[in-house]
Design a protein around this ligand. Structure first.
Ligand SMILES: Nc1nc2c(c(=O)[nH]1)N(C=O)[C@@H](CNc1ccc(C(=O)N[C@@H](CCC(=O)O)C(=O)O)cc1)CN2
Ligand SMILES: Nc1ncnc2c1ncn2[C@@H]1O[C@H](COP(=O)(O)OP(=O)(O)OP(=O)(O)O)[C@@H](O)[C@H]1O
Length: 300
């Protein structure tokens, strides 16, 4: 079972206590997401029910212990997610829009972005208070439309959540017209275009992806990333990294986009061995280079 293998790979040492750092932060006001965005997907509900039954006593002693340790980590993650959601919702709209512009400007001007040829990006959802990617995407797509044969034009792949097994695929798009809103109100591509042609999928692409622009709820300077709890990105990135290694391709740079309030002190974000660390973070203050790959490939 996939979930049991997850448990056996858990790095307990990676888990750190959240309580003191959570307590030390100021309380912020809460307002609810619109229903469409707040409604838990079947995937998230399945994950929650999995987490609450893991130490239910059906497995052997070792599994039970690992199950309760895993549950503790999931609980810490849930607490941090709701705390970050609250601070994102109480962010001043003007500051948010300035940070959106600053982050996108940094990306658009960066040599590591300009030289990338194939990238995966998320379509930001404002109801989720995600760092905006619309300027980045429109610049890529304008260049694609202008001159699809030109060396400077990039191929961009964006996520689509699949119903089964909490997994997502990434499809190539060439225009915003390729996107439709899903049940969570996030724009995503249909696997087939208007002419009935299958879109190219990252996992079937013949050439490697250079760059992933990643969403998330919280990040730290050691590269830890807290997602929205579906495990979609961690699962996808693991599969893509396995594929790239099997093909002897250079691994893509994993770059998270983060508002300033989403950057946590080290030790606040709990992780399991399934959590894939990022190489770098772009915040309004600049790029935080984390991995050796980031230092090599992103510092000009
Ligand atoms: N723009 C964008 N696209 C993405 C992701 C993402 O994080 N951002 N994903 C990355 O996985 C996948 C979709 N996963 C998602 C997981 C949760 C929620 C969501 O609405 N979460 C609510 C809480 C729901 C609950 O707790 O029941 C929230 O975070 O407020 C949305 C997308 C693929 N596409
Ligand atoms: N490579 C993987 N294989 C199987 N299960 C995985 C994998 N990665 C993560 N998961 C599972 O997905 C669930 C959610 O994981 P986690 O809380 O780390 O998600 P997240 O990082 O917040 O979300 P995301 O990866 O979508 O941004 C957990 O049950 C986790 O064990």
């Amino acid at each position: 079972m996939a979930r049991l293998s997850t448990i056996s790979r858990i790095s307990v040492a990676a888990s750190r206590s959240l309580s003191s750092s959570v307590r030390s932060r100021p309380a912020v006001s809460v307002s609810r997401l619109p229903n469409s965005a707040a409604a838990p997907s079947p995937c998230l509900l399945r994950l929650r029910s999995f987490a609450t039954t893991m130490d239910g006593g059906r497995g052997n002693g070792g599994d039970q212990q690992l199950g309760s340790e895993l549950e503790a980590i999931f609980k810490e993650k849930r607490i941090l997610r709701s705390k970050v959601r609250k601070s994102l919702r109480s962010m001043d709209p003007l500051q948010r829009s300035q940070e959106d512009d600053a982050i996108q400007r940094i990306v658009l001007d960066a040599p590591w972005f300009r030289s990338s040829q194939r990238l995966c990006a998320y379509i930001s959802c404002s109801a989720l208070r995600e760092v905006d990617t619309s300027k980045i995407l429109s610049e890529i797509l304008q260049n694609t439309a202008r001159d699809s044969q030109a060396h400077s034009s990039k191929k961009v792949y964006v996520p689509r959540v699949e119903d089964k097994n909490c997994h997502m695929r990434m499809f190539n798009i060439s225009s915003v017209g390729d996107l439709i809103a899903n049940s969570m109100d996030i724009l995503e591509p249909a696997p087939v275009d208007a002419e009935g042609n299958e879109r190219e999928e990252v996992m079937h692409a013949k050439e490697p992806i250079d760059l992933f622009l990643l969403p998330g709820l919280a990040f730290d300077r050691s590269g830890r990333r807290l997602g929205r709890g579906g495990g979609y990105y961690d699962t996808f990135l693991k599969s893509y990294q396995d594929l790239a290694r099997a093909r002897n391709w250079k691994l893509p740079l994993l770059v998270a986009l983060s508002y300033s309030v989403q950057i946590m002190e080290e030790g606040v974000i709990s992780v399991t061995s399934d959590d894939i660390p990022v190489d770098a973070i772009v915040s309004p203050a600049g790029v935080i280079h984390i991995s050796p790959a980031a230092s090599e490939r992103m510092k000009s």
